[in-house]
Design a protein around this ligand. Structure first.
Ligand SMILES: O=S(=O)([O-])[S-]
Length: 164
């Protein structure tokens, strides 16, 4: 499926109840190419090179050791109850990420025990399989966050890698 068509699907179902139930369906996941849907930007680092905003498992492992990086698990509470959140992450369900980033610095710190990111901070988003995190990535980029990455493998990849 081509990017434009995928994007239409996301737009159509964005912010509706159908959105989450559709995204949980394997058929839709097969239908949408997450890597195409995630954002890559030209020249975002000023070097003229294409910069990828898709994060690999290996890069995630590095980021988990870095206190300056904010990792947000955007899955729903029910999913977190079942699996626990991604290690090193804070949990903010996808529908409330933008609102939480609007909290005052001290409120954010109190609630999440992490410093609130600014527009240049490195933020990594993760969900189950990369779709919802890609949608939140686009939302935050539109709000001016310059350094937002999608861990496209999500919890599914993380869990599988832990078994190896
Ligand atoms: O949205 S999802 O990739 O977590 S199923």
């Amino acid at each position: 499926m081509h990017l434009n068509k995928s994007y239409c699907v996301m737009k159509t179902i964005w912010n509706t109840k159908l959105y989450l139930s559709c995204l949980q369906s394997d058929s839709l996941l097969k239908f949408i190419d997450i890597k195409k849907f995630s954002t890559n930007c030209d020249n975002m680092d000023g070097s003229g090179d294409k910069k990828s905003f898709i994060l690999s498992y290996e890069e995630l492992l590095q980021a988990q050791k870095n206190n300056n990086v904010l990792i947000i698990d955007v899955r729903e509470q029910k999913e977190i109850n079942e699996t626990g959140k991604l290690p090193g992450s804070i949990h903010i369900p996808m529908g409330t990420v933008a609102n939480m980033l609007n909290l005052m610095d001290d409120q954010f710190k109190k609630q999440f025990e992490k410093s609130k990111p600014n527009k240049d901070s490195k933020i990594i988003l993760s969900c189950k399989s990369g779709m919802r995190s890609a949608a939140v990535q686009q939302e935050l980029q539109k709000l001016g966050y310059q350094n937002v990455y999608n861990y496209a493998g999500g919890w599914s990849e993380w869990e599988n890698k832990q078994k190896c």
